[in-house]
Design a protein around this ligand. Structure first.
Ligand SMILES: O=P(O)(O)OC[C@H]1O[C@H](OP(=O)(O)OP(=O)(O)O)[C@H](O)[C@@H]1O
Ligand SMILES: NC(=O)CC[C@H](N)C(=O)O
Ligand SMILES: [Mg+2]
Length: 490
């Protein structure tokens, strides 16, 4: 769930790409990069760190050009190293840069094909570099360079690539090419700004990027669609593959996205409020005579839901934790040690909100249990009389293979445990999880939009249906244990 952005404008775009990436920062904290194009060259600057750490004034000055793409990374393949920071670049054909959010599930087959048949080198373990090379090869097979050729190339990219992907590429001498997997698992939205000099276009993972850079949200890119925006600001769009069932990732609405974004015409904020309402109703059904004094959110992402839970239960909502604004999101940190340390650094309780109280803590999700284990202990330490915990999402029991780094089920607190066992392990007086049907209903907007979702981490149903060996492979490559072994010096 990295953040991607692309802009074709009438003036230099680097500053706007930077601003857009700043509001997509919550989607990836490990690395960032921007590529722009002038008349002759693709200019790339990227590295490890937050957007504000990767770019300084000198780097920004070099990024000239009226079209460009940007990326902030949360790794789901390969290493966390700077060599896998994005955008990736290939010099042939024409010069192409690409930024990708998601995860291909047939990377190994493609990697072999790209080397043996397409005779191209992949220099990292990144699936995104594979995706770029597939596109480059298919574009090279076209006789000319133009929007039609790029869209024909995209038909073949769709034929070859499987998984969750939203991507934006920039082709020197042509413009931007943006596309989204046939199930629309990963989000991608199109924006426009019209001025006296003509139309300017942007694509981004989330619409919140447009708010900041003054573009209007036009529509989401359709599953299996590709769009080309040429340097003169003309948009060409084509459905490149039969769309499959539109199943956006439900975890975007639960946790990944910002609440001020619209994804597939659904407000993330509203979806989270409906999650809170459904969760509150379930709690009332289970405990009609509850003794809860206050509902307290575990900041940040659970706030919208927690407020509605309090409303439905008819009890006070109180902010009981102060979040250190300089510590990032813990779930998307790459190692368990770092995640565990960061929870304590990030959240500190206000004792008077807990002392002698019966509190209901609400979180958006419980995955590894890193946050809830420590939070419950902190709350006990400051004297809560009883601690209840509710999750706006169901238990996470299955790996994610479409762009969220959750490869090894045994790392999840719910793996092989009943809800009662998790309750006991966390040391709470009771624990309530949202039902999946209620979560799906919450994300289904009464105003329209998708009605089916990729819920694979909750129900183990994978829309692309990869073979069993894929799961074993990512478990071996990407479990916390495997990553920490790789990090050891030789
Ligand atoms: O059970 P876990 O493995 O701890 O994962 C779930 C927790 O991680 C996330 O918070 P995070 O700190 O990443 O971000 P937030 O500030 O947006 O809530 C999420 O909101 C939960 O609090
Ligand atoms: N989270 C993502 O979208 C990751 C993109 C890509 N698979 C990478 O690891 O860089
Ligand atoms: Mg959280």
């Amino acid at each position: 769930m990295c953040g991607i952005i692309g802009i074709v404008a009438r003036h230099d775009v680097a500053a706007q790409l930077y601003d857009g990436l700043m509001v997509l920062q919550h989607r990836g904290q490990d690395a960032a990069g921007i590529a722009t194009a002038d008349e002759r060259k693709l200019l790339v600057h990227k590295g490890n760190g937050l957007v504000s750490e990767v770019f300084d004034a000198a780097a920004m000055r070099k990024l000239v050009g009226s079209m460009g793409i940007g990326h902030c990374r949360y790794p789901t393949a390969g290493s966390e190293g700077h060599e896998e920071a994005q955008p990736f670049y290939v010099n042939s054909p024409y010069g192409i840069a690409l930024a990708h959010n998601g995860n291909l599930v047939n990377t190994e087959t493609l990697r072999a094909e790209v080397f043996q048949q397409d005779r191209r080198n992949i220099n990292t373990e990144s699936d995104s570099e594979v995706l770029l090379n597939v596109f480059a090869h298919e574009l090279d097979n076209q006789r000319e360079l133009g929007p039609d050729a790029a869209l024909r190339a995209m038909e073949n990219v769709y034929r070859r690539c499987t998984g969750g992907f939203a991507a934006v590429a920039m082709v020197l001498g042509l413009g931007l090419v943006a596309f989204r997997d046939p199930n629309g698992i990963r989000p991608l939205v199109l924006g426009k700004r019209s001025g006296p000099d003509g139309d300017e276009w942007a694509v981004a993972s989330e619409s919140v990027a447009f708010d900041l850079i003054g573009f209007e949200r036009v529509r989401d890119i359709a599953p299996g669609e590709a769009v080309v925006v040429t340097g003169d600001g003309t948009l060409h769009a084509r459905q490149c593959v039969e769309p499959r069932e539109h199943t956006p990732c439900i975890f975007e609405y639960v946790y990944l996205a910002r609440p001020d974004s619209m994804i597939d015409d659904v407000s993330v904020h509203k979806a989270r409020m409906r999650m809170g309402q459904k969760l509150g109703e379930k709690i009332l059904r289970l405990f009609p005579d509850h003794d809860i004094d206050t509902v307290i959110p575990i900041p940040d992402s659970s706030r919208d839901a927690a407020l509605e839970v309090a409303h439905v239960l008819g009890v006070k909502y109180r902010e009981g934790f102060v979040k250190n604004r300089y510590v990032g999101r813990t779930f998307i940190m790459p190692g368990q040690e770092q995640r565990t340390k960061s929870v304590r650094r990030k959240l500190n309780p206000i004792p008077l909100e807990f002392r002698n109280r019966v509190v209901l803590l609400v979180d958006d999700s419980i995955v590894r249990g890193t946050t809830s284990r420590q939070i419950v202990q902190m709350v006990r330490d400051v004297g809560a009389r009883k601690v209840y915990l509710a999750s706006a999402a169901p238990p996470v029991r299955y790996p994610n293979i479409y762009g969220i780094d959750m490869p090894a089920p045994e790392e999840f607190i719910a793996h092989g445990r009943s809800e009662e066992e998790i309750q006991e392990l966390l040391g709470v007086d009771w624990l309530v999880y949202q039902d999946l049907a209620d979560l799906e209903d919450s994300v289904t907007s009464p105003k329209g939009g998708p009605t089916r979702f990729d819920c694979s981490c909750f129900n183990g149903e994978y829309v692309t249906g990869p073979g069993e060996d894929y799961f074993e492979r990512i478990r071996q490559l990407r479990s916390d244990a495997a990553k920490s072994t790789r990090r050891q010096p030789a």
